[in-house]
Design a protein around this ligand. Structure first.
Ligand code: MG
Length: 369
């Protein structure tokens, strides 16, 4: 069966069908058995920027051990949760997966600390944010195919990523977002809420008792305890994470289903035109999630251990940027070419953003003097 026929049989009318895709910048013949969005997914997985996510910080750096999530495993959890949400809603899972696997591909080393420092370094040359950088990677920087620069992805994957860029509040940030794009956003948030709590507990930045003050966690823990009579602390933590994800996903799917019915959405275009977010948790869960996120912000993202590492990593990246800016160290030839076309600051930024945490530290130490 050709992929587009299969989509017509299994997807809901409001899904994004690949035979309605806006296509690619450089035209290519269709593949005989992979849909355009499947090809996008495969191109992303085979890109070097994707592989480097394995050695990039999500929240906690490699110095803290190897239990916690890296940017890559976070990405895989997002893809898994997003597909779980997409299937009962009848959405295009190939598109969802491509979007999910791409969503953090533009992250520099050292997580948000790295992003803030790079943004500051190139403030006068357009700034830096990981969402825009993802688009730059897949349209300009990746070199995998002789025929075109970048990965030549479909318009839907590119525009989905573009809607993640920071937009002025008055532009109705939700508008123009396919349901598949909204699913990935929702899955991203479910993934980090749950895995950051899990990682922080494992790293002993938090104690189980601390999290019991948060209603969403408390209720998930109560359900876990009800289901399994006696669990030690770490087994309870894992069971609670399962319950938490299950609860958030179920609420999201049910709420989205009823919103789709209330708004009488029966095409992808109509869904994208909706002013409000269609794929979103119920009001109750939105509030509960916000409470958990505020707690994680205060207690985990601003934990002294995390802040200390952020500062050290940010300083290293800034030092490297200045060294290349003052031309005390030569850029690799590839980035010298970028400098000719897009300016030195952007070229340095591209080079540094592409580094893994490990490579960035090594390169910082080697060229320190
Ligand atoms: Mg993410």
């Amino acid at each position: 069966m050709i992929p587009t026929d299969r989509e017509r049989q299994v997807l809901a009318p409001y899904a994004m069908f690949s035979d309605e895709s806006a296509g690619r910048t450089f035209e290519e013949p269709p593949h005989s058995y992979r849909s355009p969005f499947q090809r996008d997914r495969d191109r992303i997985v085979h890109s070097s920027a994707f592989r480097r996510l394995a050695h990039k910080t999500q929240v906690f750096t490699g110095e803290l051990g190897d239990y916690h999530r890296s940017r890559l495993t976070h990405t895989l959890e997002v893809a898994s949760i997003a597909r779980t949400i997409g299937r009962p809603l009848g959405l295009n899972e190939d598109l969802i997966e491509a979007l999910a696997l791409m969503h953090d591909i533009g992250h520099p080393p050292f997580g948000h600390a790295g992003e803030d420092v790079l943004n500051e370094c190139v403030q006068n040359s357009g700034g830096f944010d990981h969402n825009s950088h993802a688009v730059r990677i897949v349209t300009v920087l990746e070199q995998r195919y002789p025929e075109f620069p970048g990965l030549n992805l479909t318009g839907e994957v590119l525009s989905g990523q573009k809607t993640r860029q920071k937009q002025p509040a008055d532009e109705g940030a939700q508008r123009g977002r396919l349901l598949e794009v909204q699913v990935v956003d929702a899955a991203d948030s479910i993934a980090y809420d749950s895995h950051d709590a899990d990682d922080a507990l494992e790293l002993e930045l938090l104690a189980l008792e601390d999290l019991l003050a948060v209603p969403l966690w408390r209720e998930a823990a109560a359900r876990a305890q009800q289901r399994y009579a006696s669990l030690d602390a770490s087994a309870l933590r894992r069971a609670t994470i399962h319950q938490l994800i299950e609860t958030l996903v179920s609420d999201l799917v049910e709420t989205t289903r009823s919103r789709l019915a209330t708004l009488e959405i029966d095409s992808a275009q109509q869904a994208a035109a909706a002013v409000e977010r269609v794929v979103a948790p119920s009001r109750d869960f939105q509030e509960q999630k916000a409470t958990l996120e505020a707690f994680l912000f205060e207690r985990v993202y601003r934990h002294p251990t995390v802040l200390q590492q952020r500062t050290a990593a940010g300083d290293a990246l800034r030092t490297m940027f200045n060294r290349y800016q003052e031309q005390r160290a030569p850029l690799p030839p590839r980035y010298r070419q970028v400098a000719v076309r897009d300016g030195l600051a952007r070229a340095i930024c591209d080079y540094l953003a592409g580094m893994t945490d490990r490579y960035a530290w090594e390169s910082y130490r080697q060229t320190r003097y």
